[in-house]
Ligand binder design. Sequence first.
Ligand code: SF4
Length: 172
Amino acid sequence: MSATPRQEPLLISACLLGSPVRYHGRGAACGHALLAQWRGEGRLVPICPEVAGGLPTPRPPAEIEPGQGGAAVLRRAARVIDASGADVSAAFVGGAELALALARERGIRVAVLKEDSPSCGSERIYDGRFAGARVAGEGVSAALLRAAGLLVFSEHQLEQAAAALARFEAAG
Ligand code: SF4
């Protein structure tokens, strides 16, 4: 009797599933068919790193300091500042560490995280000036998960995430 192939799980930003955890108290539900399929297969493991890190919802928007990114925040070489001027770096780093702990606990190798967020952005983040401009870069959780070896994609790259899942599953 052949063994059932392992179904590769995915870590996912909770807001992409519609959870109202964003700073303004709303979600960012993604209606893509792949997400619905993965949800039906029971392979999605949601987390909101900012809420996990202890921040309330709603909360002031926050951005990584201009010219910096998530990796610098993890090295304590840059800060995440909210719109009131408060340094919320510790919550962002703590939430990223909890996301990584969850990924390790569940044997997760692929993550789909919401683009543009100072936690979850994987290709783009806001530029730190609270003016709506975005720059190339990654958020704190995306940086930590990538440093730990996970493949991190955004909601705009679901086909690439599906291909990564298929590769892992084919390799067993
Ligand atoms: Fe969504 Fe990530 Fe922001 Fe939480 S931290 S609201 S999961 S983008």
